[in-house]
Write a protein that binds this ligand. Structure first.
Ligand SMILES: [Zn+2]
Length: 201
């Protein structure tokens, strides 16, 4: 019960994230909630998920490197035209959520946007994270409350590192280190396409 109270206080009162002095065993998710709470007022429950390219169902795009192939931790979504034909295409938020990270971190990542989604309900949130990478442009700011289908920016190449595509991850443990995009350790990651397909409404 106290967990719900902490979440509620931490998210509603931005300037004073609630802290517990009695309970040291705070979960990673709650630590993230406190860390990002300044930009993180409240996240309405997601009312379904759509694909981020060609929403709602991904028409016009294909998955060039699905989750799990080559230890890939996400999906690589590409335009069916191939090459850089999809460079600059609009990327849309897969669901209602709150942006908690929007930065160009360079390297193999480029522009990265991380969004918290609540797949529980208002009083008992359950968090998943969507991570969008290699973006050419980003049109939303950290802290923004998104609705499903809202434009986030455009497909990019991570500064010329790749042919244009969207690297999309869905993380069931929110706020983990960014990592390397590939690993045989998949705890906290799920197949984005399967996750979205199961929640299309
Ligand atoms: Zn990828």
């Amino acid at each position: 019960m106290w967990l719900m109270v902490i979440i509620y206080m931490g998210t509603v009162s931005c300037s004073h994230p609630a802290k517990s002095t009695e309970e040291p065993d705070i979960s990673p998710t709650l630590q993230v909630m406190e860390t990002v709470s300044q930009s993180y007022d409240w996240v309405p429950p997601a009312d379904g998920f759509d694909f981020p390219l060609g929403p709602p169902d991904g028409k016009g795009y294909y998955n060039a490197q699905p989750f799990g192939r080559n230890f890939h931790l996400g999906d690589d979504l590409n335009g069916i035209g191939g090459g850089n034909t999809d460079l600059g295409d609009t990327i849309y938020s897969i669901a209602t959520g709150r942006v908690f990270f929007a930065e160009d971190i360079g390297g193999g990542w480029g522009n990265v946007v991380r969004v918290a989604h609540n797949i529980g309900d208002s009083l008992t949130p359950q968090w998943v994270e969507a991570l969008y990478a290699h973006m050419d442009t980003v049109v939303i700011a950290n802290g923004a409350l998104l609705h499903r289908g809202q434009a986030l920016g455009t497909i990019g190449t991570a500064g010329g590192t790749y042919l244009a595509h969207l690297h999309l991850e869905i993380r069931t443990q929110m706020g983990m280190p960014i990592g390397g995009g590939y690993s045989d350790q998949t705890e906290g990651f799920v197949s984005p396409s399967e996750f979205i397909r199961e929640r299309r409404e």
